[in-house]
Design a protein around this ligand. Sequence first.
Ligand code: GLP
Length: 256
Amino acid sequence: MEIIIQPNPQAATDIATRLIARLLKEKPDAVLGLATGSTPLRLYRSLIAMQLDWRRVRTFNLDEYLGLAPDHPQSYHHFMWENLFRHINILPENVQIPDGLAADVPGFCADYEARIRAAGGIDLQVLGIGSDGHIGFNEPTSSLASRTRIKTLTQRTREDNARFFACAEEVPTHVITMGIGTIMEARTNLLLAFGEHKAQAVAGAVEGAVSAMNPASALQFHRDTRLMLDEAAAGGLQRAEYYRWVYANKPKWQQV
Ligand code: GLP
C-alpha cells in the first residue's frame, strides 16, 4: 500500500486527478471503476475541469441502491450523471452502473461481472471508505472473496447515508455492490478518505490485521493500492511520519 498524506482534501484529490489524467492519456480506452459519496466529488469536479477525452473510456460503478430507479434523485445513477457524466464527452453506452430495479438480481450480478471481464478488467478503481471500513457497499463480515451481489446495509451505514435522504427510514435496506474479490482484481485501486470520522477505519485498513470486520483491510493483499488521505483521516495512523517521509523522498521517476 502507498499512503499519501496531504494537508487537505483538495491536495489529496489533485494527486488522484493527475493519476487518472495520466492513465487516460496513456490508455484512451481505459476502464475506470467509479465510486459515489461525498468523497470523490472534488475528484469529479477536477476531472471535468481538465476537459479530458472520454470518448473511448469505459466505466463501471461500484454499487447501487436496490429499489431506486435510475432517475431517483438519490440513486447512484443520478449521482454519477449529475456530478460527472453529463459534463464530459463519455458515451452513454460505455457507462455501466448496477441496475437498482433488476428483476433477476443474481442474474444481473453475474452479467455485471461478465461485462467487467469482457471489457478487459478494471484498470483503475476509485474507492471511498465507510466509517466502518466498507468499500463499495461491502459491509463488515463481507467475504473477502465476494463478487458482485446483493448486500444488506448495516444500520450505521444507513444512518451515515441518511443525510442524502429525507429521513433514515427512506435509505434503502438492500444494494447491489461489486464484491471485495471484484475490487481486488482492479489493476490499481485509489482509495480517498477525508475527515476525522474516517480515521479509525483508515487505521484499521492500513495497520490493522486483515479481517472481514474491516473490509478495506483486504487491500493489504492488493499489489497496487494507493490511499490519498487528508491529515484528519490519517489521524489514527501510527506510522504516519514514515509514510510522509516515503512520499517526500520518492525517486523522480516514481513521482506523480
Ligand atoms: C457509500 C458508498 C461508498 C462510499 C461510502 C462513503 O456507502 N457506497 O462507496 O465510499 O458511502 O461515503 P462518503 O464519501 O460520503 O463518506
